[in-house]
Write a protein that binds this ligand. Sequence first.
Ligand code: KIV
Length: 275
Amino acid sequence: MKNTVLTFKEAKAKGNKLSMLTAYDYSMAKIIDESGVNGILIGDSLGMVIKGEEDTLSVTVDEIIYHTKAVKRGAKNALIVSDMPFLSYHTSIEDAIYNAGRMVKEGGAHGVKLEGGANVLAQVKAIVAAQIPVMGHLGLTPQSVNAFGGFKVQGKSEETAKQLITDAVALEEAGAFAIVLEGIPAKVAELITRAVTIPTIGIGAGKECDGQILVYQDMLGMFDDFVPKFVKQYANVGKTMKEAIGMYIEEVEKGHFPEDKHTFKIDEEQLKKLY
Ligand code: KIV
């Protein structure tokens, strides 16, 4: 089933949960899409899981577009959302519209995601006015890592929790079609989810959100630099890959690979002429 922003809207209205995963390349996007997720995010988490950086801040618009193009070729049914990297929407409304537009026009994204609440409402309104669906992102927004003094759970006090609820309502009023809630107490996420009519997509925000999102390397056990509390590893693909690669190395060293069936032949007559 082809997923659109209407699928997301209807899911909330009907009380159906939405599933999203990140993807950054064609092969993984194809596997994830064929598994039936509702949405794929080309997240700026690629700064960490693809580039090996400590945070997401170095990611560029061109990198997101490059990866969005690859994902788009592999994903036929999921709603494709591209992350707007740090500084791609902070400098001016024009920059925000232009960069969001590039993600759609060049990358093939169906929508964009950007981090923040009250501070980015003007950008959200302007991008929505340009007919580009916007997903909000509140809570432990990784682009604020330096301002937060680390990757720290947000919304733990009355004041900050109230601010998150106010921001979520404001994002809906600004035209966002969904909001990612990251790294906040489950009870606060539940209150936000009740306060808005657009779906909330949680990551480290408990089960009362309207949907969930995870970074695929985390949930498949392929990234173990650190495993956040909110990650469930559904498989240990990293271990399986290491075992397979180990077998390959051993077979190469012992001369057991390649076998006859992996080898191309030349006609005997042609071969004789080479000697
Ligand atoms: O960059 C990303 O992958 C994200 C998700 C974890 C929500 O923002």
